[in-house]
Design a protein around this ligand. Structure first.
Ligand code: NDP
Length: 248
């Protein structure tokens, strides 16, 4: 799945799923802007990972919930690597609580990072993609956005909103050879899942037909496919990569 040195920006790619996507892209010959908010050392490790795989990368600091930061991230990426051709909206957080106890801050912080940032980054990216008549936007959602989850109304609302956003922008820019898709992971072995209580982990695994959590690499494989020329006729989709969780 070589991609001829195309330029990607992966939001929140200093660790977790974003880091695995950076590694996948490097293997496909895609250049990577590694966005992070605070952990420069971790972002530098990802840059080195990409370079060791024979591609190019730069670390770009910025808070993707802030319009001025987003504008700067795109300018820096363009200056250092070239205009963004593949955007992966990956940065996301949870702030779980039952609705009766959910604070304004729980709601706003999750909507800001998991939904507003997608709007800000995609709007910025689309401008140059439309001009060059090629582009890929890949949004990292969640199965929670497809089915809901008690204690995650804020996260479910943001990730479900992302699906509607994906479908709408796919319709807006399809004629310009730009595809827009959403990858919806199930439970993936990252810091978030690591911190869950042991019994809860087992209860979740019992509901997954494949019988285990996914790995960041398994999510990255789907993202790599959507970024490749092999996926040129796939757009407006929300594709679950979840070991069968949504059908169980
Ligand atoms: P992690 O918590 O491991 O990593 C979060 C990343 O986002 C870090 O790189 C962090 O940077 C960065 N970040 C945080 N806030 C901002 C911000 N405001 N602006 C820019 N970057 C920011 O995330 P995961 O790998 O677990 O999740 C990635 C995506 O996958 C998310 O959208 C999540 O909702 C989704 N997902 C994850 C699942 C899972 O099981 N893990 C399941 C389903 C979906 P820094 O290192 O500098 O703090």
């Amino acid at each position: 799945m070589a991609s001829d040195g195309r330029v990607s920006l992966i939001t929140g790619s200093s660790r977790g799923i974003g880091k695995a996507i950076a590694s996948q892209f490097a293997n496909q010959g895609i250049r990577v802007a590694v966005n992070y908010i605070s952990n420069r050392a971790a972002a530098d490790v990802v840059v080195k990972l990409v370079e060791d795989a024979g591609s190019s990368a730069v670390a770009v600091q910025g808070d993707v919930t802030k319009r001025t930061d987003v504008e700067r991230i795109f300018v820096e990426t363009s200056e250092l690597l070239g205009p963004v051709e593949i955007l992966v909206n990956n940065a996301g957080i949870i702030s779980d609580s039952l609705l009766m106890r959910m604070s304004d801050e729980d709601w706003d912080s999750v909507i800001d990072l998991d939904l507003r940032s997608i709007f800000l980054c995609t709007r910025e990216a689309i401008r140059t993609m439309v001009r060059s008549r090629w582009g890929r936007v890949i949004n990292i959602g969640s199965v929670v956005g497809l089915r809901g989850n008690a204690g995650q109304a804020n996260y479910a609302a943001a990730k479900a909103g992302m699906v509607g956003f994906t479908q709408s922008i796919a319709k807006e820019v399809g004629s310009r050879n730009i595809t827009v898709n959403c990858v919806a992971p199930g439970y993936v072995e990252t810091d978030i899942v690591e911190d869950l209580p042991k019994e809860l982990k087992q209860a979740i695994m019992d509901r997954v037909p494949i019988g285990r959590f996914g790995t960041p690499e398994e999510i990255a494989g789907m993202v790599g496919f959507l970024a490749s020329d092999a996926a040129s006729y796939v757009t407006g989709q929300a594709i679950a990569v979840d070991g069968g969780l949504v059908i169980s």
